[in-house]
Design a binder for this molecule. Structure first.
Ligand code: NAD
Ligand code: MG
Length: 383
């Protein structure tokens, strides 16, 4: 039995992870679930799965959750600190980081320090502090298993090949709902249009990131740290059907790819179940349904966020942390109709130019950088 803690159980990844756990009762046991403020769903999940511990990060909902679970043998905690403590519980083997954004960084660090295996969905953690987090993981003998579908694809291609150097990896990108649009057409796109992803049904933040190609930029940085790559070893190709989930090219020129229907349950299950491939009834891929798999160059001139992410990775230090914080604020402002779609890139770019650069940041430097970048970007929103 693998005993699992899920940070962010009420989200898109979290709910699909619960489906995987439910379908494999002999393999997984649910120890901990947490959510930010969706108390109703958290309560329903707790009643259905009977974990040992439940955390609601937003303390305003503490009484509600506690009262609803009073008759159960379930401990209920609230607040951001509780998120960091519950990942250290002795009965937890693996932590699935399925919460969104920078808030995932500290609980992930605490879980690694406690020696817990990590199933990582929260890509922002590696974008913000990839060097620090991967060094910590090495030091504590912790493996970080990717949940992101592209990185899971690469990980699956690497199984049995860990002794063979990678020449390069190729991350596939769907291109999002605005693929092929010119800059002028993007100026007035609405949040409703941006929230309609052609292939994946995901949380709001990552869906906007997918529309702006920032998601692919974050994934490039995520891949660098997960697989220990040089910047120039990571390529992106647009593949609108999202059937090839990513590829690895080895030093003999051979390329391996992982294919399947776009369904996050598969990479979630692979990360939770590794090294086992668990039998599943997920819908199967049929080539005749996809007679054409096509490929294009990403348009980084129009979708500037991807270029900005490459720039941030190239500069290193705290620059990806600045990029991430500015992007989180920009996306949240876009979702509240405070800024337009193209303004998000403008704000991120100007924030990257304003916040002080640190070449070798400590954890405290990341905390300061994140705070300052948020303040700077909020000033730009207010303008
Ligand atoms: P979501 O918005 O659907 O869910 C987020 C979850 O985190 C919710 O349970 C929410 O309650 C919790 N949460 C949010 N802010 C929090 C905070 N400050 N403190 C504590 N809990 C908080 O998001 P999602 O789409 O499931 O994405 C989660 C992570 O997985 C993101 O980092 C995303 O980039 C990554 N990811 C998602 C997908 C996908 O298909 N959804 C694919 C690849 C990677
Ligand atoms: Mg992805």
């Amino acid at each position: 039995m693998k005993r699992i803690a899920i940070l962010g159980s009420t989200g898109s990844i979290g709910t699909q992870a619960l489906e995987v756990i439910k379908a494999n009762p002999d393999t997984f046991e649910l120890e901990v679930i947490t959510a930010n403020s969706n108390a109703d769903l958290l309560i329903a999940q707790a009643l259905a799965f009977k974990p040992n511990v439940v955390v609601i990060a937003n303390e305003a909902y503490y009484e509600k959750v506690r009262d609803a679970l009073q008759q159960q043998d379930i401990k209920v905690y609230a607040g951001a600190n509780a998120l960091c403590s519950v990942v250290e519980i002795g009965t937890v083997d693996m932590v699935l980081t399925a919460m969104v954004g920078y808030a995932g960084l500290l609980p992930t660090i605490r879980a690694i320090k406690a020696g817990k295996q990590i199933a990582l969905a929260n890509k922002e953690t590696l974008v913000v502090a990839g060097q620090l987090v991967t060094e910590l993981a090495r030091k504590h003998g912790v493996n970080i298993y990717p949940v992101d579908s592209e990185h899971s694809a690469i990980f699956q291609c690497l199984a049995g090949e860990f002794h063979n150097p990678i020449e390069k990896i190729i991350l596939t990108a769907s291109g999002g709902p605005f693929k092929g649009r010119a800059v002028e057409e993007l100026r007035l796109v609405t949040k409703a249009q941006a929230l309609k992803h052609p292939n994946w049904d995901m949380g709001a933040k990552i869906t906007i990131d997918s529309a702006s190609l920032m998601n692919k930029g974050l994934e490039v940085i995520e891949a660098k740290w997960l697989f220990g790559l040089k910047n120039e070893q990571i390529e992106v190709v647009v593949h609108p059907q999202s059937i090839i989930h990513s590829l690895v090219q080895f030093e003999d020129g051979s390329i391996k790819a992982q294919l399947g229907l776009p369904d996050m349950k598969l990479p979630i299950q692979y990360a939770l179940g590794y090294p086992q491939r668990l039998k599943s009834d997920f819908p199967r891929f049929n080539f005749m349904d996809y007679p054409q798999l096509t490929f294009e160059q990403p348009d980084v001139a129009t979708f500037r966020n991807l270029q900005l992410a490459y720039d941030a990775m190239g500069q290193g230090g705290n620059m990806p942390c600045i990029l991430n914080a500015a992007n989180e604020v920009a996306v949240s402002a876009f979702l509240q109709d405070e800024v337009g779609f193209l303004q998000m890139s403008d704000m991120i770019e100007s924030c990257m130019a304003k916040v002080a650069y640190i070449a070798n940041p400590s954890y405290e430097d990341y905390v300061d950088t994140d705070r300052e970048a948020r303040v700077r970007t909020l000033e730009l929103v207010k303008k």
